[in-house]
Design a protein around this ligand. Structure first.
Ligand SMILES: [Zn+2]
Length: 178
């Protein structure tokens, strides 16, 4: 198994739509600033996956100096990382995400985010946890200046018999070590 952790934070911006976990919140009081669509949930998840694969970070894969990612739909970025994960022989065991947002209240959209992320990860919604909390009015997060997300991802071999992490075969003759 491989485990990875990701964190991301974006400033709020009243002139942009709010997109979290690939879900657009039409009724949100603000969106987030960023080079792409600023989906802080997907960005944290991407970093968790890349961390588990030891393949660098989102900034290396999708640099904000590169115009091709301007306004990018973060779902497309996640798809690219998921393809890379599959190529390397891994699939998600489960992922767990915590979003920190003072507003809007996310409880009513948790299931939509889980389904959205599960579809992108090509796994079941039961393998995807999304939790939301506020920052209790404390600091920039509590003051609605930003929204942040933490993510952890556990990866398992896509095919147990072809595990990239499988130890080398034992000595010829099937001798067992005790
Ligand atoms: Zn980001």
């Amino acid at each position: 198994m491989r485990i990875g952790y990701g964190f991301d934070i974006h400033r709020t911006d009243a002139d942009r739509p709010l997109v979290l976990g690939g879900v657009t919140f039409d009724d949100a009081p603000f969106g987030l600033t960023g080079h792409s669509d600023a989906d802080v949930v997907i960005h944290a998840l991407i970093d968790a996956l890349l961390g588990a694969l030891a393949l660098g970070d989102i900034g290396r894969w999708f640099p904000d100096s590169d115009p091709q990612w301007a306004g990018a739909d973060s779902r497309r970025l996640l798809e690219r990382v998921v393809a890379e994960m599959s190529r390397a022989g891994w699939r998600p065991g489960n992922v767990d995400i915590t979003v920190i947002a003072e507003r809007p209240r996310l409880a009513g959209r948790i299931e939509a985010m889980r389904r959205s992320l599960a579809a992108l990860l090509d796994c079941a919604a039961e393998q995807v946890s999304v939790k939301a909390t506020t920052h209790e009015g404390i600091g920039p997060l509590g003051g609605q200046e930003a929204i942040a997300a933490h993510a952890v991802a556990l990866l398992v071999p896509a095919e147990p018999d072809a595990s990239p992490a499988k130890p080398p075969a034992g000595p010829a003759g099937g001798e067992e070590l005790s």
